[in-house]
Design a protein around this ligand. Sequence first.
Ligand SMILES: Nc1ncnc2c1ncn2[C@@H]1O[C@H](COP(=O)(O)OP(=O)(O)OP(=O)(O)O)[C@@H](O)[C@H]1O
Length: 325
Amino acid sequence: MSLLVVDRLSITVPGVSLPLVDALSFALDAGGSLAIVGESGSGKSLAMQALLGLQAPELRVQGSARFNGRELVGVGEATLNAVRGAQIGFVFQDASLSLNPFLPVGLQIAESLQVHRGASRAAAWQEAQRLLDAVRVARPGQRLAQYPHELSGGMRQRVMFAAALACRPQLLIADEPTTALDATVQRQLVDLLRDLRRDFALSLLLITHDLGLVGELCEQTLVLYAGRQMEVGASASLLRAPQHPYTQALLRARPSLTDDVDTPLPAIPGALQRAQLDGRRCRFIGRCTQAMAECDGAEPAWRVAERSALRCHRHTSSGKTTSGE
Ligand SMILES: Nc1ncnc2c1ncn2[C@@H]1O[C@H](COP(=O)(O)OP(=O)(O)OP(=O)(O)O)[C@@H](O)[C@H]1O
């Protein structure tokens, strides 16, 4: 059964015709996991913020996102507050921006238990200690009273996980949860996240530009380019045999573990031209090594093909058009 159904979610700046996120659609089953990948600026974070009603106030959000059948788009703060933090937990890239520097971390974990579950201060404090233990923070009893600046970056991120999971949410949204950390700590957090999914029976929506994480943590992957979904499929298949030229380019641009530290990070050649987002051609046309004449005539329709669903003229004959875009 679908836990989250996102249908034509679009985010625009009033007065600007090109949406920042353009008709994003996907479904996530209870217990399932989906990674949203794409280059910087593709709209990954904006889309997740909009699901939680946390987008900047000047942005306009349209479409639908139903969580357990309950609409999240265009609803009031009371509805969002009942879901956010309680049924959907979230962790962002930089814990130092999310944690309050003036409050001990124990209070920050306990807070949502008091607000959402009506737990007493003492019970919430005890549960906070159990949660810190669950996210493998050593000496959790002592850590509770510490302030964020007294903890390492990796430890702060674990505190964020503990706070996000306090109310036993069904869904965790994690936006680049390991990006700001060094490789060893990243590895530990990826292992932790995998174990937390199992132990807390979590569905996971992971935003990342790190394709290495995708295969490890998510069964499904959605590829976003300039606000538009280009390909969706099983992660294993997408990583092994990507169909869309953009997914292929993303995979080629993956840094290798054997690269020397001085090797410049690989990138997809070319840059997005805003003029190519007019809906009359494929958005990836200016950077695609496989572009054909048709690609300049119309934006490809969303098609369900053999290995994945995608938006590419090269695959127009191999699948069937769907309205699921
Ligand atoms: N309030 C805003 N007003 C106008 N444009 C915005 C606003 N917020 C974000 N954008 C633009 O929307 C686009 C998508 O931003 P978003 O942060 O979702 O990208 P992203 O894919 O998460 O990239 P990154 O990995 O760098 O965070 C960017 O071009 C960004 O500049």
